[in-house]
Design a protein around this ligand. Structure first.
Ligand code: AMP
Ligand code: ZN
Length: 454
């Protein structure tokens, strides 16, 4: 099956041809770990995960790296405000990010790379750029990339030099007069007192890396000088990805990335969800409303990754209801596992391989569930097959249904039921707590109770 994706570089939907046969080298720009990622950020990671799953579904081997930006202006600023070391501060949010990823059923990359583990590699690239005369050192010791020296600057974002907004990223050295041209961006930032104890002593001097060089160094080190796929949200196109291209291609002399792919924004009241606009929610807000994180994933899959989505709670609640219905229908299919319905599988593959047309793939899933010509057992096998791409956790429902409750727990459940019938609420509560402490939960139902694993 041929795969087609929209490539931001060529502004066209193109057939995917890997650089190395049968293999995809993919890099995702990951989170800046200065706070809990908001659910808009998770749109970027769920999109990248769906893409990876489509490659796996089509039989590709995927070499996959995602970075953790644990050094930049924001991580320094907020760790100082919190009175914590940069490491302690960023490690906390990195762990929180990993937990969220698990709850969203996002497949782990081969490696999460932390920027602070790649300082040597960054220095090496910067030195190459200095030697080639593409980068220059300013009087304070910072190093800048001279964008005039890279003839293709702007090819990704269709930028015309001169029209570029200065300081557009907010992540370049603040002192404009250090630079020959205000549009040049920092590769290395010489230490100043605002950085406190965050610095590296390197052959470039005492300082820290610029944001953009981090991703070039981590991707090249782990995936080689040429990548098949590089992803991020549309706000990464300029300046971050434009600058990654400039640095990497100037250092290696090769095309850095073949297919650049970007997800559109998640909006709130028609404005981009972002921490700075104070309109963001985190995954815990979703859970606190008793909504399964997977329902959020399901809701996102209802739209193509290249269309904007407007976040409202009612929509998410609607997705939760629909997903619960699907789970129930799946359980009602029974225990027998049949064969994948080939006709459905063919269509499903066609849809998801067409620039990740997940809305169409989901409507096919509903068609399948309703199709009276497919046996229950075959439906079950086909749903599990689709779920390799959708990641809605159908495989886990089965496991949950199969949990065997040990005899001693069942006995405690019966004792609690008698206490409840005798209106001995104290004893009943104590037994509920005991059951909980042993790893099980008890729920009262009409005319009885049910025990399940926590
Ligand atoms: P950051 O941690 O700010 O570097 O962002 C992490 C990822 O989330 C990047 O790929 C961003 O492009 C993406 N992103 C940030 N805000 C949104 C949003 N509102 N909708 C979709 N993607 C976003
Ligand atoms: Zn990046």
């Amino acid at each position: 099956m041929s795969l087609k994706f929209y490539n931001t570089l060529t502004k066209e939907k193109e057939e995917f041809v890997p650089i190395h046969e049968g293999e995809v080298r993919m890099y995702n720009c990951g989170p800046t770990v200065y706070n809990y990622p908001h659910i808009g950020n998770y749109r970027a990671y769920i999109f990248a995960d769906t893409l990876k799953r489509v490659f796996l579904y089509n039989g590709y081997k995927v070499k996959h790296i995602m970075n953790i930006t644990d050094i930049d202006d924001k991580t320094i600023r907020d760790s100082q405000q919190a009175g914590k070391s940069l490491k302690e501060f960023t490690e906390f949010y990195t762990e929180e990010f990993y937990k969220d990823e698990k709850m969203l059923n996002i497949l782990s990359p081969d490696k999460f790379t932390k920027a602070t583990d790649y300082i040597d590699e960054m220095v090496e690239i910067i030195k190459k750029l200095l030697t080639n005369g593409i980068a220059y050192k300013s009087p304070d010791g910072s190093v800048y990339f001279d964008i005039k020296k890279f003839k293709n600057y702007g090819k990704l974002s269709n930028l015309v030099l001169g029209e570029q907004k200065e300081n557009a990223s907010g992540r370049i050295k603040k002192d404009e007069y250090e630079k020959d041209n205000p549009q040049d961006f920092a590769l290395w930032k010489a230490w100043d007192k605002e950085d406190g104890d965050v610095f590296w002593e390197t052959s470039l001097g005492k300082g820290r890396p610029g944001w953009h060089i981090e991703c070039s160094a981590m991707s090249i080190k782990n995936l080689g000088e040429q990548l098949d796929i590089h992803t991020g949200g549309v706000d990464n196109i300029f300046p971050h990805h434009e600058n990654e291209i400039a640095q990497s291609e100037s250092a290696t002399g090769k095309q850095f990335v073949k297919y650049w792919m970007h997800n559109e924004w998640m909006l709130v009241d028609q404005k981009k969800m972002s921490k700075s606009l104070n309109n963001s929610y985190i995954l815990k807000d979703v859970i606190d409303r008793n909504i399964n994180p997977i329902s959020f994933r399901f809701w996102l899959l209802m739209a193509n990754y290249r269309t904007r989505v407007n976040f409202v709670w009612e929509a998410l609640e609607g997705a939760e209801t629909a997903l619960k219905r699907l789970y129930k229908l799946y359980i009602e299919l029974g225990d027998e596992m049949g064969k994948i319905a080939k006709k459905y599988q063919q269509k499903f593959k066609e849809y998801v391989s067409d620039d990740l047309d997940t809305p169409r793939a989901l409507s096919l899933l509903w068609d399948l569930v309703k199709d009276e010509n497919v046996s229950n057992a075959d439906k079950k096998a086909t749903i599990l097959d689709f779920d390799k791409v959708l990641g809605l956790g159908f495989d886990k429902i089965k496991m949950a249904e199969k949990v065997e409750i040990p005899e001693d727990i069942k006995k405690l459940g019966d004792e609690r039921e008698s206490a409840r019938k005798n209106k001995d609420w104290k004893k009943s509560d104590e037994l509920r707590d005991k059951i909980f402490s042993l790893g099980y939960k008890i729920e009262d139902k009409d005319g009885g109770y049910e025990i399940g694993k926590i």
